[in-house]
Design a protein around this ligand. Structure first.
Ligand code: KIV
Ligand code: ZN
Length: 514
């Protein structure tokens, strides 16, 4: 049996795509999910790209024990040194260096001749190897590169010590037949190719990322680079859940291969990632969409009742979707809450359990049936919420008046130490009025709204609203999340959080300038 390694790049390629940025706490929570999923490699970030990325790669390297932790680096000394500094504490560190090999990228982006790219590949792979035995080399835009030249670059990387050679379809341009052929050609033609692991990294611009990755396996690749929910640049990367479940469901096509993934953790990982980035799965998204296992039509229902296999090629349980629809509510005690969490795969520390139980009881007062999605949202929110203790302003109460014939009015009362400050504002709808009232009280520095997004956590009219706010000031993004059955309250909480981060950053900048 050949093991197919799962290299997850949610925290690097996924996180660098617009609208998906995460703070340190959120990245650590995703890393924990990935470790539970048993991916083989976590690409924790691109250490040199920002101090925040460096910090999160270092932190993840320190806490993750059961996966290789990689940092991306361009093929330069500075990048590689920085990547090593960030991953060196990992139980199994990897440096992942890349350089572009297509004529377009070499000429217009790198402004380097092919010979120079070859030299840089050899020199920088050898440089990374001085630090770390586990070195991955990627030939960016490999699928639009000249094959003969690509063979020479890959040979140089292998000779200089690369242990994994990754073939990215950077712009999602290739097709399955082409990808299978390319990997096969490289393995046949490049000296030393059978001593290293080949990997594929596919983007989804033409909707073929999963198919191309699977074709890479058929060509001889032994590592797939992918992301939870298929996040990533533009149309995204190979979706982890889809590619892994395709291999599991079709052992006849991917014979003699296995992954060490615990697929029962897929649903939880997917929900956690969506909740952190403030999105939800499209209803019809394979494996993790709400409709992925629903059978609505009469003919389908009839078939499934007679034998599930008529219309179901994989079970919800296999990906961790529990089908015993026990809903909790007002009368559910701590024991019921704890055991539901256990069934959902959560083992919380006492302090976090107390915090979540308190949130759960508050929710029970507002919502008749508390569903699994609500519980997962409470736990994810509690694990990733920033420390609110330091916030200068906290919500005391608010009141709104709105109609479709007059402007909305919102009164907001914020606590500021022992003081209470109240303002009332009109607005173009209650959210606008609430935000104007907050602005009048806290007078945040000038910023623009990058994102205001609201998702419903579960079904029904009393669902929890999950609001994500992103503010931009001086080119930096400040995020805030708010969770409440009242969407105005969730909006206020999210906006206050983002403003609080913005003002502590402004204060730090001012202190540094003095
Ligand atoms: O898409 C790509 O080419 C990449 C590489 C840096 C691996 O993400
Ligand atoms: Zn990529």
């Amino acid at each position: 049996m050949k093991q197919i390694k799962i290299f997850d790049t949610t925290l690097r390629d996924g996180e660098q795509s617009p609208g998906c940025s995460m703070n340190l706490k959120e990245k650590l929570e995703v890393a924990k999910c990935l470790e539970r999923l048993k991916v083989d490699v976590i690409e924790a970030g691109f250490a040199i790209s920002s101090p925040g990325d460096f910090e999160s790669v270092s932190e993840i390297s320190r806490v993750v024990k059961d996966c290789t932790v990689a940092s991306l680096a361009r093929a330069t000394v500075k990048d590689i040194d920085c990547a090593w500094e960030a991953v060196k504490h990992a139980a199994d560190p990897r440096i992942h260096l890349f350089i572009a090999t297509s004529p377009l990228h070499m000429q217009y982006k790198l402004k380097m001749s092919p010979e120079r790219v070859l030299e840089q590949t050899a020199a920088m792979t050898a440089h990374a190897k001085k630090y770390c035995s586990n070195v991955e080399f990627s030939a960016e835009d490999a699928t639009r590169s000249d094959v003969d030249f690509l063979c020479r670059v890959v040979e140089a990387a292998i000779r200089s010590g690369a242990t994994v050679v990754n073939i990215p379809d950077t712009v999602g341009y290739t097709t399955p037949v082409e990808m299978e052929g390319l990997i096969r050609t490289l393995i046949e033609r490049v000296p030393g190719a059978t001593d290293v692991e080949f990997s594929v990294h596919c983007h989804n611009d033409l909707g073929m990322a999963v198919a191309n990755a699977l074709a890479g396996i058929q060509g001889g690749a032994r590592q797939i680079e992918c992301t939870v929910n298929g996040l990533g640049e533009r149309a995204g990367n190979t979706s982890l859940e889809e590619v892994v479940m395709a291999m599991r469901t079709r052992p006849d096509m991917y014979a003699d291969t296995f992954t060490r993934l615990d697929t029962t953790q897929i649903s939880r990982a997917s929900k956690t990632v969506y909740s952190i980035i403030g999105q939800s799965a499209p209803l019809n998204k394979p494996i993790v969409g709400r409709n992925a296992f629903l059978h609505e039509s009469g003919i389908h229902q009839h078939g499934v009742l007679a034998n599930k296999k008529t219309y179901e090629i994989l079970t919800p349980e296999a990906v961790g979707i529990t089908t015993n629809n026990i809903v909790l509510g007002k009368h559910s005690g701590r024991h019921a809450f704890e055991s539901r969490l256990k069934e959902l795969g959560y083992a919380l520390e006492q302090e976090e359990m107390n915090r979540c139980f308190e949130e759960f009881k508050l929710l029970c007062d507002k919502k008749k049936d508390v569903e699994d999605e609500d519980i997962i949202a409470i736990v994810t929110h509690s694990a990733t919420a920033d420390d609110e203790a330091d916030d200068a302003y906290k919500l005391d109460w608010f009141a709104v008046q709105t109609s479709n014939i007059t402007s909305a009015t919102c009164t907001v009362c914020l606590k500021h130490g022992d003081e209470k400050v109240e303002r009332v504002c009109l607005g173009d709808g209650p959210v606008d009025a609430a935000i104007s009232a907050i602005e009048q009280i806290i007078k945040p520095v000038e910023h623009t709204f990058e994102l205001y997004q609201i998702n419903s956590v579960s079904r029904g009219q009393d669902t929890l609203g999950d609001v994500h706010v992103k503010l931009n000031a001086s080119g930096r993004t400040f995020t805030g999340h708010g969770l409440s059955t009242d969407i105005i309250e969730a909006s206020i909480l999210a906006y206050l959080r983002a403003c609080s981060k913005l003002s502590s950053w402004t204060e730090k900048q001012a202190a540094m300038a003095m």
